[in-house]
Design a protein around this ligand. Structure first.
Ligand code: IPE
Ligand code: IPE
Ligand code: MG
Length: 247
């Protein structure tokens, strides 16, 4: 029973405050069922809902999910259209529930290539959930980590050129402050589904000391139990941050 796992999590103590998730494997999930890839994306949306509930139950306070990468723009237009339609469906069907749950939604990434209705959906959900304090749900869309870091570097260059800061003030903190993720701490745990052992240009800076958890489960099959298993695995890790262990 996954309730047992939740009980174990609570007994263990420290829950990861910030969990990042690479939600991968929708296409393969559909393929195995002889369904179009878009059916996998649709099923994946239900997993996002379960993830939010599980985070609230476990006491995770920030969850950052990778929904659409900058590189995903290279996919067939039909698939991109379906994903953008799903984004709008997610917002229209989930906004009320998210607000009620105390979830604050932010969309991180370069939103300029999004269609006007998709951008309106983004603005709507961010505004509707602005009062949420229990869980921050960051959805990375049209997101690439190198682009994010490049943008931060450009901003710093502009600040130095304009005399707002000196080059000595280009610190790690100054860079972090200019990333999309500035309001939140770095992820403690990164989960990647579908068994791929790679980062795929996700949060390169922010994951410096995250604990990595890769599961073969495909994203549409990832539920409450799988999430709690990942958290329990995290709780067994010895995080040293380069120091000598004290245990
Ligand atoms: C993840 O599933 C969702 C997105 C990247 C949009 P995929 O669509 O990558 O599914 P696979 O990896 O091909 O199975
Ligand atoms: C990473 O998955 C991006 C998202 C989950 C949104 P991909 O399926 O795009 O990554 P690769 O191509 O396997 O590296
Ligand atoms: Mg994939």
């Amino acid at each position: 029973m996954s309730d047992d796992l939740l009980r174990q999590i609570k007994l263990q103590g420290a829950v990861p405050a910030h969990v990042a998730v690479i939600m991968d494997g929708n296409g393969r999930w559909a393929q195995r069922r002889n369904l179009p890839r878009t059916a996998g994306h649709q099923a994946g949306m239900a997993s996002v809902r379960r993830l939010v509930e599980s985070c609230l139950e476990a006491g995770v306070t920030t969850v950052t999910v990778f929904a659409f990468s900058q590189e995903n723009w290279q996919r067939p237009p039909e698939e991109i259209d379906a994903l953008m339609a799903l984004l709008q469906e997610y917002v229209s069907t989930q906004s009320a529930e998210l607000t009620e749950q105390g979830v604050r939604v932010r969309m991180l990434g370069d939103l300029t290539p999004l269609s006007p209705p998709a951008r309106q959906a983004v603005e709507f959900v961010e505004r509707a959930t602005a009062g949420g304090t229990k869980l921050a749900l960051n959805i990375c869309i049209s997101y690439g980590s190198r682009a994010e870091i490049t943008r931060a570097a450009r901003r710093l260059a502009e600040d130095v050129a304009a005399g707002r800061i000196t080059s000595d003030e280009v610190t790690e903190q100054a860079i972090a402050d200019r990333l999309y993720t500035a309001p939140w701490g770095d992820p403690d745990l990164l989960i990647r589904t579908s068994g791929e052992f790679r980062i795929s240009n996700f949060l390169l800076w922010q994951l410096a000391y995250a604990e990595l958890y890769v599961t073969p489960t495909l994203w549409p099959d990832f539920g409450r139990r799988e999430f709690f298993e990942a958290v329990l695995d995290y709780q067994r890790r010895d995080r040293r941050f380069g120091r000598v262990t004290t245990a």
